[in-house]
Design a protein around this ligand. Structure first.
Ligand code: FES
Length: 103
């Protein structure tokens, strides 16, 4: 089944790409851009992204259920994601004052 009409990407290609990304690092954060980058494609209209997100969730859950991961592994993964705040600076608020308001 064709998922991305702009790039002619099938459901099967997306599933295989997600599995290969998880095989490299089972706890990496996969987003549609990760999958498209691995396929050497780019989102154009991005109308397919909601379906790609659902595919990522489904394939990732299946991958971990077959690999014997436990719920405590998920908690460890979330701690890793939280650790990215310091690495990428989301805790610094881009140098804005604490009372900064956009509007
Ligand atoms: S349908 Fe996938 S980018 Fe347009």
């Amino acid at each position: 089944m064709l998922i991305c009409h702009c790039n002619l990407i099938t459901q099967r290609e997306i599933e295989q790409t997600i599995v290969s990304l998880l095989a490299e690092d089972p706890w990496r954060l996969i987003v549609p851009a990760t999958v498209y980058h691995a396929l050497q494609k780019r989102g154009r209209c991005c109308g397919c992204f909601p379906n790609v997100v659902e595919t990522i969730i489904r394939v990732t859950e299946e991958f971990h259920s077959h690999s014997g991961s436990t719920e405590s592994d998920s908690v460890t993964f979330l701690d890793r994601v939280r650790g990215l705040r310091g690495q990428y600076g989301s805790d610094r608020h881009e140098g804005r004052k604490k009372d900064h308001r956009a509007a």
